[in-house]
Design a protein around this ligand. Structure first.
Ligand code: OSB
Ligand code: MG
Length: 375
């Protein structure tokens, strides 16, 4: 694999980290709460006059997984960046090895690792996808619809189907599940439909999942607790719809346990959730070996995270549509100059080296706070 070959080492001269906040076009509600804006740390690594970009996917409070923006930014500031600035790395694996002793902080580590991949790809004048082993020229995308009324959900599902999205994912939670599915399935008898419960059920809700078996869903995403692969295996043995794990998979080791135990028949890969592109690739490869498809999840990313997701999704076992939909669904204006727009459910790969997108510095200045520089 190219990332393990040795190239001329790249010396990290400096870094910049800031907090960015963008209003969402519409509030986004999932089982754990509602987001009105998207706030995220942006990291820039510098070497040889080049810049590499990474975006953190942690939430302000640890309600998706156990990282928070302030906690993870502090870890990046005080632990990770001091290990990187002024050091030279021949490939991302060398950087990853430095972070390996630290438990947790997957999203913090990923933000730095992603920025290094972008920088490294730019130093080699290659698109990121070429270094990740990606083969596709465009990726298939679906859309993730937040929780609203049944009526509004049907309207939005039909509208996105008409836009060409390849799969419609509905957020569910206890009390908002079977009825919404029945209504959407009736309106869209042939569409690829999935649901995402964001950990909000328990095994005592097995009856609800048996009822969902009637709607021909492609999969049910993360119905049970974030740290419970075992109970997902129990649930999978009681229903016919494939389960897909998101929150429960932080590593290839987690994925192995899930696949060996038949706790998931599909896996959602988020580069931030698993600590970076190298671990994402290990999960991708392991799933391929098990004959299990993966797809790229999202965290309502701004343009930098979205561009990373697009490159990630070009790898061949990303065989189901991802959540990397057009950024205009989320933001009236994004922090990058390029529009990331899906047409007919196909998202093109941004051309050029690295992740292929550039920062709109004037706009970025208006939506940034707490700019810190490191050298
Ligand atoms: O579980 O996939 C999830 C958004 C925020 C937190 C968790 C999730 C999501 C999404 C949105 O489903 C995916 C996207 O469009 O980026
Ligand atoms: Mg999910």
């Amino acid at each position: 694999m190219p990332q393990h070959q040795t190239y001329a080492p790249l010396r990290i001269d400096g870094a910049e980290m800031r907090l960015v906040s963008l209003p969402l076009v519409t509030p986004f509600t999932i089982a754990t709460g509602t987001m009105h804006d998207k706030t995220f740390p942006l990291l820039i690594l510098k070497a040889d006059g080049l810049e590499g970009y990474g975006e953190g996917v942690m939430d302000p409070l640890p309600d998706y997984l156990d990282e928070s923006i302030t906690g993870s930014m502090d870890f990046v500031r005080t632990v990770l960046l001091p290990q990187v600035i002024g050091k030279s790395f021949a490939n991302p694996a060398e950087l990853e090895a430095l972070f390996a002793p630290w438990r947790g902080f997957y999203m913090a580590k990923a933000m730095v690792e992603m920025a290094f991949w972008d920088l490294w790809a730019k130093s080699l004048s290659l698109p990121l996808k070429a270094l990740l082993g990606g083969t596709n020229d465009a990726i298939e995308v679906g859309v993730s619809l937040g929780i609203t009324s049944v009526e509004e959900t049907v309207k939005r599902a039909v509208a996105h189907q008409e836009l060409g999205y390849k799969r419609i994912k509905l957020k569910i939670k206890p009390g908002h599940d079977v009825a919404v599915l029945a209504a959407v399935r009736k309106a869209l008898p042939k569409s690829h439909l999935t649901v995402d419960a964001n950990t909000s059920y328990s095994l005592s809700d097995t009856g609800i999942f048996r009822a969902l078996d009637d709607f021909d869903l492609d999969y049910i995403e993360q119905p049970l607790a974030w740290d419970d692969i075992h109970d997902h295996a129990k649930l999978q043995s009681r229903i016919t719809t494939p389960l897909c794990l998101d929150e429960s998979i932080r590593s290839a080791a987690d994925a192995r346990k899930a696949l060996e135990g038949d706790a998931a028949r599909v896996i959602n890969i988020k580069v931030g959730r698993v600590g970076g592109h190298l671990e994402a690739k290990r999960i991708h490869d392991l799933c391929a070996a098990f004959g299990v498809p993966v797809w790229c999840g999202g965290m309502l990313e701004g343009g930098i995270g979205r561009a990373h997701n697009i490159h990630l999704s070009t790898q061949p076992n990303f065989r189901k549509p991802g959540d990397t939909s057009s950024s205009s669904l989320y933001f009236t204006k994004d922090i990058i100059n390029e529009a990331l727009t899906a047409e007919d459910g196909l998202m093109p790969i941004p051309p050029g080296s690295g992740i292929g997108v550039t920062l709109d510095w004037d706009f970025l200045a208006k939506v940034s706070s707490g700019i810190e520089t490191f050298s």
